[in-house]
Design a protein around this ligand. Structure first.
Ligand SMILES: [Zn+2]
Length: 135
């Protein structure tokens, strides 16, 4: 076990028990490594001070039930979108793009209309397939 692994095992052991073989390897390393021994002493002292300064807070069982009752009395409203909103947005976007192209390139109006209608229909179909796969 190297210093990095020993220090990580030491930090893990402060939160919860670690496997016995890892604990033994960590203790062997810390016993033979002065740098890690100093690290361990500082971490344990810090852990003791933090535990004393910030005691563990425990909530009563009544708190959880009263919180659930409070939440059920005041449900959070979920905005509802019209079912047709994606269709409207898609068609409006395509129509706007076609109009822009017709204004910018009037000499290609026939091709723009044909390509725009084709694009709109194909993408509308793809959108419908994706939407139906999501529901
Ligand atoms: Zn070490």
């Amino acid at each position: 076990m190297n210093c990095e692994h020993a220090r990580q095992a030491l930090l893990d052991s402060l939160d919860s028990p670690i496997p016995a073989e890892l604990d033994e390897a960590m203790r062997n390393h810390v016993g033979n490594c002065e740098a890690c021994r100093g690290f361990a002493e500082r971490q344990r002292a810090l852990d003791v001070r933090l535990t004393a300064a910030a005691p563990v807070v425990s909530l009563s069982s009544e708190f959880r039930s009263s919180l659930q009752a409070e939440l059920s009395d005041h449900p959070i409203p979920i905005p509802s979108w019209p079912e047709s909103l994606p269709d409207i947005a898609h068609l409006a976007g395509c129509a706007f793009a076609i109009l822009l192209l017709l204004v910018a390139l009037p000499q290609y109006s026939a091709a723009i209309l044909a390509a725009g209608m084709g694009f709109t229909l194909v993408t509308y179909f793809l959108q419908a397939v994706v939407r139906s796969s999501l529901t």
